[in-house]
Design a binder for this molecule. Structure first.
Ligand SMILES: *[C@@H]1O[C@H](CO)[C@@H](O)[C@H](O)[C@H]1NC(C)=O
Ligand SMILES: *[C@@H]1O[C@H](CO)[C@@H](O)[C@H](O)[C@H]1NC(C)=O
Ligand SMILES: *[C@@H]1O[C@H](CO)[C@@H](O)[C@H](O)[C@H]1NC(C)=O
Ligand SMILES: *[C@@H]1O[C@H](CO)[C@@H](O)[C@H](O)[C@H]1NC(C)=O
Ligand SMILES: [Zn+2]
Ligand SMILES: [Zn+2]
Length: 457
């Protein structure tokens, strides 16, 4: 009898023990944007340089929505990470460390010092954890101007990240800010960290370059070898392809780079199990499809730690609460099983205390079994067709900062950005979904009407 119970307990243990052993966890953080000038004791109307002169009447201990992060917010986010999940398998950190200020207020040394300070606090909070780290467009001087060749900043950054990089990774990093390694040294698993700042249309140094720093051909080769070696891959980067969901028609990549990126994903989707990017400061995702329209890959856009209200023209009140997130994944197949986002209500934190709360878990909030491309496609369809899913997604998009209603134009902006990474397909989506307030689109409609009238003659 005793044996029977023992055996039952043992088999329960084996069943659960097994399935548990396959589930791993990692952190993804992005866009910390530390503003060292943030100073509550300042007598001026604005307590930080990153406000760009906007007043800061609500500035508090943990920051202000028109400012980048004060050190106390950076420290608070790292402390929260350690309290919530102290021993992740690894950490993804996707860049943008410096404040939104004019170049002449920074300089190469200031940028490197800021990268160094953030590297140090991550390292001291998680001394034994492997960190996969990508550069953001703000992690350079002058900002956005990443060269498609060797540079001092690549070299110095590789030195700062020495403990996180294999020797071979340090070498490729120095030539173009990208690298690849086996994920945690394991056979069959791989990470590719890209420097997509090379594709950013603000980068003057890559304007006429066909394949900046040979990154596309390098990535193509790495992915081809990965397929040959039966590996599964995570892609990590900062500036994402596709369009910004908060502003109609706003892409970041140059058009030809955007196309080439999509082709790379389509060609190698069988090995790519997830793409992890930042830069938007918002919580969103992007879908990739094959030529038959089946979902083949998803890109997860992780919100920023900085709450900074963007000064991008045309975006109204584009701020966010500080967010950090945990990915739950299958340690053998790299399937992304779930996404759990935590956030700090900055208003509450300044009034009371820094309380980091669970905001939502993807599978619960959107009733899907996991975060696979097929599931993310279902999430996208729900957002597109159900008013309540759209509203839920919209509030999460700003990390529960903007709780206003997402009306018709807002719906088109978000749904088309989620669904279509390709610029032309996005335009078609906007037309199909009935985006109204778009003068160029109306003009094209008008032109085609005139043309068809003319051809009737
Ligand atoms: C972070 O804040 C805690 C107190 O809340 C302090 O003990 C610690 O030294 C700070 N760490 C850094 C790196 O500033
Ligand atoms: C940032 O790093 C510099 C050295 O590079 C150091 O002097 C300074 O104290 C650090 N600041 C913080 C807040 O850690
Ligand atoms: C991973 O492998 C590399 C070389 O293959 C080695 O230098 C490094 O020490 C290994 N790291 C760990 C954590 O096992
Ligand atoms: C954030 O905190 C403020 C102040 O306590 C509160 O009014 C607001 O509703 C909170 N926001 C959310 C999304 O909970
Ligand atoms: Zn940023
Ligand atoms: Zn950025």
């Amino acid at each position: 009898m005793a044996c029977m119970w023992k055996c039952i307990l043992l088999s329960i243990f084996i069943v659960f023990g097994r399935s548990d052993a396959l589930t791993g966890y990692f952190w993804h953080i992005s866009d910390l944007h530390w503003d060292p000038s943030y100073d509550l004791s300042s007598s001026s109307q604005s307590k930080c340089a990153s406000s760009g002169g906007r007043p800061t009447p609500h500035a508090g201990r943990y920051g202000d929505y028109v400012c980048d992060s004060p050190w106390s917010l950076i420290n608070s986010s790292l402390t929260a990470m350690r309290e919530i999940l102290p021993d992740p398998d690894f950490i993804m950190w996707t860049g943008d460390d410096t404040p939104h200020v004019p170049d002449d207020q920074l300089g190469e040394q200031a940028v490197l010092r800021i990268i160094g300070n953030l590297t140090n606090i991550i390292k001291s909070t998680f001394p034994k954890t492997k960190v996969y780290s990508a550069m953001g467009n703000h992690d350079y001087h002058p900002k956005n101007q990443m060269p498609p060749a060797k540079s001092t900043i690549y070299e110095q950054t590789a030195n700062l990240w020495r403990d996180w990089l294999h020797t071979a990774s340090q070498e490729t990093f120095k030539t173009g800010g990208y690298y690849t390694e086996k994920l945690l040294n394991q056979t069959g698993l791989r990470v590719i960290v890209l420097n997509t700042n090379l594709y950013y249309d603000q980068n003057k140094l890559t304007e006429k370059v066909k394949d900046p720093a040979d990154q596309f051909s390098w990535a193509d080769k790495v992915l081809q070898d990965a397929a040959k070696n039966n590996e599964k891959v995570y892609l990590i980067g900062h500036v994402p392809p596709g369009l910004f969901e908060k502003k109609r028609d706003k892409g970041w990549f140059r058009k030809e780079f955007n196309k080439r990126y999509i082709e790379l994903i389509q060609k190698h989707s069988a090995v790519i199990m997830g793409q992890f990017f930042g830069h938007h400061h918002t919580d969103s995702f992007r879908m990739f499809y094959n030529s038959k329209g089946s979902p083949i890959s998803a890109m997860y856009l992780t919100p920023g730690v900085t709450p900074w209200i963007t000064t991008l023209p045309g975006v109204i009140d584009g701020g966010n609460n500080p967010g950090i997130r945990i990915f739950e994944y299958d340690t053998k197949t790299l399937l992304v099983k779930d996404i759990i986002t935590y956030y700090l209500n900055l208003t509450y934190a300044n009034i009371a205390r820094a309380r980091w709360e669970k905001e939502y878990r993807l599978t619960e909030a959107f009733r899907v079994p996991d975060a696979s491309p097929a599931s993310m496609h279902r999430v996208m369809e729900r957002i597109s067709s159900e008013k309540c899913s759209l509203q839920k997604y919209f509030e999460l998009n700003s990390v529960s900062y903007d709780l206003s209603e997402c009306h018709a134009d807002c719906r088109v902006d978000h749904v088309c950005a989620l669904r279509e990474v390709d610029y032309d397909a996005y335009e078609k989506c906007v037309l199909k979904e009935g985006g109204s307030s778009n003068a160029p689109v109306l003009f094209i409609l008008f032109l085609s009407l005139m043309l068809s009238l003319w051809s009737l003659n």
